[in-house]
Ligand binder design. Structure first.
Ligand SMILES: [Zn+2]
Length: 323
């Protein structure tokens, strides 16, 4: 591998490399993570300032196909990013799914056996290791309990508008406002199908705090750029890097009020929503679910991450109201 590759080349040439049948272009190349896989806990690299301070962690590849986070962490590691105070850990979560990443079928490697970001309830983690993903979550758990501040790096299939998710924690919400990039901050309750890492009690009940950055479309260099800015601001807010000037646009907070979960197999959106849309009119029809109509419950309703193909029992879209 090269040792002096800048983030632009690590982030791909900007030319479409490949795409899947649905036309999702892949403009990033999966990085070579072999330099970071040695040591104690596989896929975890920790840099210690030697000075007192918090332990912050940056997590990539919770979803194996979301390679933008891995591109960024690989770049930051190669650039020699180290904390000025405390400790900084770089975590590559679902390495097994990432190993199967194929630009010709880039959505297939989100996970191998089950979604790793739905496994973070204590009772699930304490249960038998029923999948590769759960075994990996159990392997990472003792380490994660040592983390004070965590940023989980994700990307999206449809929604081009980046958002910073704070979960249910008011302390995390305050941190997200301070990070401020992206400027759209969403307080949410997660999914009916299981807890995400930021919902784990260690973070959700504090004093540790976790944020989830949905930085943009999956395989775009622009997504890596948003992640980089958000990550450096997160580390400054965490006190690991020197303070940064405030972001150009003040943060705007929206709270999820409704998680729309199809009750039938006949759920359909009335338009091709991508997420990030703000629907001005209260009562606007968004979707039908058999006989049920789903309408905006208030004016200026924010649509958060609609599913491409809504499935009964799984989140189809979340609705959020600006604070
Ligand atoms: Zn994800």
């Amino acid at each position: 591998m090269t040792t002096q590759t800048g983030p632009a080349s690590a982030g791909g040439s900007g030319q479409p490399r490949a795409g899947d049948a649905a036309g999702h272009a892949v403009r990033l190349s999966p990085p070579d993570l072999r330099p970071w896989l040695g040591g104690g806990l596989r896929g975890v690299v920790t840099r210690d300032s030697g000075l007192p301070g918090p332990h912050a962690a940056l997590v990539a590849l919770m979803h194996g196909n979301e390679i933008a986070g891995a591109v960024l962490l690989d770049s930051l590691l190669r650039e020699g990013l180290s904390p000025a105070r405390g400790r900084l850990s770089f975590v590559f979560a679902n390495l097994d799914a990432f190993a199967r990443f194929d630009a010709a079928d880039p959505t297939a490697s989100r996970f191998l056996e089950e979604d790793m970001n739905r496994l973070w309830a204590e009772e699930v983690l304490a249960g038998p290791p029923r999948s590769l993903e759960l075994r990996r979550a159990q392997e990472l758990l003792p380490f994660l309990r040592t983390v004070d501040l965590l940023l989980d790096l994700h990307s999206m299939l449809l929604q081009p508008v980046p958002i910073l998710l704070a979960g249910r924690s008011e302390a995390a919400l305050a941190l997200a406002r301070e990070v401020g990039v992206p400027s759209l901050v969403v307080a949410d309750q997660g999914h009916p199908t299981g807890l995400r890492l930021l919902d784990h009690p260690h973070f959700a009940r504090g004093p540790a705090r976790a944020l989830l950055l949905e930085a943009g479309l999956h395989w775009e260099p622009e997504t890596v750029a948003v992640m980089r800015e958000g990550t450096l601001r997160f580390l400054a807010a965490a006190g690991l890097l020197p303070p940064m000037p405030p972001p150009p646009v003040p943060a705007r907070v929206a709270r999820v009020t409704d998680t729309i979960v199809p009750a039938s197999h006949r759920f359909a959106f009335v338009a091709r929503f991508r997420g990030g849309e703000v629907i001005a009119e209260e009562g606007t029809l968004l979707a039908t679910d058999g006989e049920r109509e789903i309408r905006t419950p208030y004016p200026d309703c924010l649509l958060v991450m609609p599913a491409l193909r809504p499935v009964r029992g799984h989140t189809a879209v979340r609705l959020a109201r600006f604070a």
